[in-house]
Design a protein around this ligand. Structure first.
Ligand SMILES: [Zn+2]
Length: 160
């Protein structure tokens, strides 16, 4: 179940996604929250420079590995505007982070891109649960997914 607190963090992820788009990056944003509810780290996508591995979920996994003991990582929650891609799911799983709450799913993103006639990328779109063993996952959240769809369309149109 998505709580008001979850929504607050997810709205911040959408804001970060919008910031990314404004900076010339792809519209994705993510927030790492401790078990006690403290926001520990946040980031947005930095693909604009040409490095397609600069995803915020990956940055969070690295930050967590360098700054949190394993026990704390397992109890932390990662909020994100778009469901983790397989690369970020793997990073999340490998550093032992806890729950993931996403506003829009990879399946939704693939559907939006297909409607726009976009060519699929080189990496398969897989749900988090097909990459991380025993993943704890929540999402998508309808009201926010619509905002993200609009950001993704703007991002796609800019690349044309
Ligand atoms: Zn990713």
């Amino acid at each position: 179940m998505i709580t008001e607190t979850d929504l607050k963090h997810l709205r911040r992820c959408v804001e970060l996604a919008e910031t990314a788009l404004e900076k010339g990056d792809e519209p994705f944003g993510s927030v790492l929250v401790s078990a006690s509810g403290e926001v520990l780290f946040e980031d947005h996508n930095h693909n604009g420079g040409g490095d397609s591995t600069q995803h915020p979920e990956f940055a969070i996994a690295r930050w967590a590995a360098n700054n949190m003991p394993p026990e704390e990582r397992s109890k932390a929650t990662v909020y994100t505007s778009g469901e983790h891609c397989p690369m970020c799911s793997a990073a999340h799983g490998k550093v032992g982070l806890g729950k993931i709450v996403y506003a829009s799913s990879s399946e939704q993103l693939a559907g939006w891109m297909s409607e726009l006639g976009a060519k699929p990328g080189p990496v398969y779109s897989l749900p988090i649960g097909e990459v991380i063993r025993d993943a704890q996952v929540e999402g998508p959240v309808l009201e926010l997914a619509e905002q993200i769809r609009k950001l993704q369309i703007r991002s796609f149109e800019r690349k044309q």
